[in-house]
Design a protein around this ligand. Structure first.
Ligand code: MN
Length: 731
């Protein structure tokens, strides 16, 4: 291991001190500061002796990333700590567990996220696809993505020392993945810088050509700028307005884009620079009026191009950007773009949403504001407009509260409803793996039982055993259709096999004693064992659940049959005497009865239902279902009493109306999934003004459970109305 020189060590310390100086949020209190210092010393020690390709000590990279995160983006100490540690799990001996122990679960979660993204990016197959998945899995904490962005920015800034092949690959990846991400999150400066850096490595001729031309025309530009700005400045002074005026040239990549689009040379790109006027000390409620006032001062001096007026104040861009843009005709007939914004808007433009919460930062509010911000970023990631993040298009809002993602050891991603277990995962991979599953290893660490509830981002390795087979009580721990189908299939197959085996055992035993196999003998056996019918007899015999030694005894039994005490529990149609209902026409059905649930009204056990006879059983409708009512004009409907079995669930839907407030959706899903242990399939919400309407499709057992849920939801603050949806288009 190469030692560092004293000079290098001093430089490392110097860079870290500089980071601390630029990170006011790390000085919040002693404890925070100590933790940041600890993160530095842990990372410094772990990376000690390793160097980047440029030859400098590796640790300078995490320090630089932390500095971008803190100084350029404005995030707090947790992000700084995570940035300092972002490469240690992948590159050094330090484990996630160590980080968890030293810095707590939050930091560990962020570092884990960063490590996972690295893993995904390494995997060249379907990179964009993978990245998309990762973004959603890990956007649980948006800081993961922001730190990743900072990491990439620093790598792009220092890409010079990489071999050309790698430069190209990384630049391409940055162009397709990180540029749109930065745009979407409102990090304009980062986006611009990344774009320019991409151009530098992907098309160096163009890049350096434009760069030289910009440099060459700099003096001329400054001169022109003065001529343009001085009249504006004088007016603003006159009106006692506090402002700063800046100008920056357009980014190289946007100039290049314009040259290509309009098929013109550099000299003909007229608006190579924009003038930005930032108004200081403007109260929030006066911002809009002030910006327009300044607009009118400017257009008094210079003629505006009406087609190039952009009002991002009345309707901010959906990534939060606010400003007034206009293009005016300056001296010599040159078009100049002018951007007018307040200090607050400027910081939002520079730092993305990070600035939003800064403006509402009251003591103790930081955390919740951060959450609000993350939520906005998340929903903005999930509701892309046409031009941005095309690759996120297929994701919809209703995804994040109801679904989770888990990975195979090879990094393949699978989607599950919240509440899904390791066993669901096993069946998702393959039914054979499900049938033989005995447990799972999560994130290459702990081994868990099959009923382990998956967490988003988990990497799951299923442990199997040849001797394992599907268990009856597994139906209680699965929640995916796929697992249920596979299990039912297996049970059916097993049952068939047992019946055949049982028949064989029975005939062999009876033959040996020269007893006939008559219906009477079979009846005696069924009664003797206390069963329902001969099928059950065969099946249980085949499954070795009955004592074979009793066959002869029961078959020759002379006594009267005893009462079959199982009857009332047994899942079978009881169409005659057992029916105690006054109404003789009522059919009782249980879950083993062959029936189908009507698609139009989705009844659940406990509902008032009727059935129409089908080839195999009944099609069940709610008795107030309009489709069923219509059908009854031509067809006789059977009255039905529907008994629920706890292990069976039915899809049903409720509608909630309430006042839109932060966290209400979270509270609602919390009640449904945590308190009541019900699986939600989809959530769909609509917000109008301050009111929202939410639809929850969920799996429940019966109407009684549904009533409990609805009552509990009714009690949530802000909920105005809870209703079962009778008719709904089920997807
Ligand atoms: Mn890194």
């Amino acid at each position: 291991m190469a030692e560092f020189s004293q000079e290098e060590k001093d430089n490392i310390q110097k860079q870290f001190d500089e980071l601390l100086r630029l990170s006011p949020k790390c000085h919040k209190n002693e404890e925070t500061l100590a933790l940041v210092k600890k993160a530095f010393s842990v990372a410094n020690e772990a990376h000690y002796g390793t160097r980047r390709r440029s030859g400098e000590p590796y640790i300078l990279h995490p320090i630089a990333v932390a500095r971008i995160v803190s100084d350029e983006i404005g995030l707090g100490s947790k992000s700084v700590i995570s940035a300092l540690l972002h490469d240690v799990v992948e590159d050094t001996d330090i484990t996630l567990e160590d980080i968890n122990n030293m810095f707590g679960p939050k930091i560990a979660q962020i570092v884990d996220g960063l490590t996972k993204i690295r893993g995904v990016l390494k995997n060249k197959e379907g990179q964009a696809e993978n990245f998309k998945k990762i973004v959603f899995t890990l956007s649980e904490d948006v800081r993961v993505i922001i730190i990743k962005l900072a990491d990439r920015l620093h790598n792009m800034r220092t890409l010079d020392s990489m071999p050309p092949e790698k430069q190209k690959r990384i630049a391409e990846e940055t162009n397709t993945l990180f540029v749109p991400l930065a745009h979407r999150m409102g990090f304009y400066n980062i986006k611009m810088e990344l774009e320019d850096l991409c151009l530098k490595y992907l098309n160096p001729t163009v890049y350096f050509d434009i760069l030289h031309q910009l440099k060459g025309s700099e003096k001329k530009r400054i001169h022109y700028l003065n001529r343009f700005c001085i009249p504006i400045m004088m007016t603003l002074e006159q009106h006692n307005i506090n402002y700063t005026i800046t100008s920056r040239s357009k980014s190289i990549s946007s100039i290049w884009a314009k040259m290509q689009k309009k098929n013109i040379t550099f000299d003909n790109v007229y608006d190579v620079f924009a003038v930005r006027i930032i108004l200081q000390d403007i109260p929030l409620e006066e911002e809009k009026a002030m910006c327009w006032r300044v607009y009118s001062y400017i257009t008094d001096k210079y003629t505006p191009n009406p087609e190039r007026l952009r009002d991002w104040i009345s309707t901010p861009k959906d990534n939060g950007y606010e400003a007034l843009h206009t293009t005016v005709m300056g001296p010599d007939g040159t078009w100049v773009e002018v951007q007018i914004r307040t200090q607050r808007m400027d910081e939002i433009a520079e730092q993305g949403y990070a600035a939003h919460w800064k403006y509402k930062n009251v003591d103790g509010f930081e955390q919740s504001q951060l959450e609000v911000w993350m939520k906005r970023v998340r929903s903005s990631l999930m509701n892309p407009d046409e031009d941005a993040l095309k690759f996120l298009d297929d994701f919809k809002l209703n995804l994040y509260s109801t679904d989770l993602f888990a990975f195979t050891p090879k990094g393949e991603m699978h989607r599950f409803p919240v509440g899904a277990t390791a066993l669901d995962f096993a069946y998702e991979i393959h039914s054979e793996i499900g049938h033989h599953a005995i447990g799972a290893r999560i994130n290459k660490q702990k081994v868990v039982a099959l009923d382990y509830k998956l967490q988003s981002g988990d990497q799951v390795e299923i442990l199997t055993s040849e001797s394992q087979k599907p268990q009856k009580d597994w139906v209680k721990i699965i929640s995916t259709v796929k697992a249920n189908n596979a299990l039912q299939q297996a049970f059916k197959y097993e049952k068939k096999r047992n019946i055949m085996r049982g028949q064989q055992i029975l005939s062999e035993t009876l033959e040996e004693k020269e007893l006939p196999q008559t219906p009477t003998v079979l009846d005696k056996l069924v009664q003797g064992y206390g069963l329902v019918d001969k099928n059950e007899l065969y099946e249980k015999l085949g499954a070795d659940e009955l004592d074979k030694g009793k066959i002869v005894e029961y078959a020759t039994n002379k006594r009267k049959s005893k009462k079959i005490q199982w009857w009332s529990f047994l899942p079978t149609i009881s169409d005659k005497k057992e029916e105690t209902e006054d109404d003789k026409d009522v059919k009782v059905i249980y879950h083993s009865t062959k029936y189908t649930i009507a698609d139009c009204c989705h009844p659940i056990p406990g509902d008032q239902v009727i059935g129409f006879k089908t080839d195999t059983g009944y099609e069940i409708h709610k008795n107030n279902c309009p489709i069923a009512i219509e059908r009854q004009q031509k067809e006789v409907a059977q009255k039905i009493k529907w008994i629920s079995r706890q292990e069976q669930v039915f899809l049903t839907s409720i509608q909630l109306k309430g006042k839109d407030r932060i966290g209400i959706l979270h509270e609602i899903t919390g009640v449904i999934t945590n308190q009541l242990n019900v699986n939600i399939r989809t959530v769909h919400t609509e917000t109008m003004e301050k009111e929202f309407t939410a639809y929850f499709d969920m799996y429940i057992h019966d109407s009684q459970q549904l009533n409990t849920i609805m009552m509990k939801l009714q009690k949530i603050k802000g909920i105005l109305k809870v209703e079962r949806v009778e008719q709904r288009n089920w997807r």
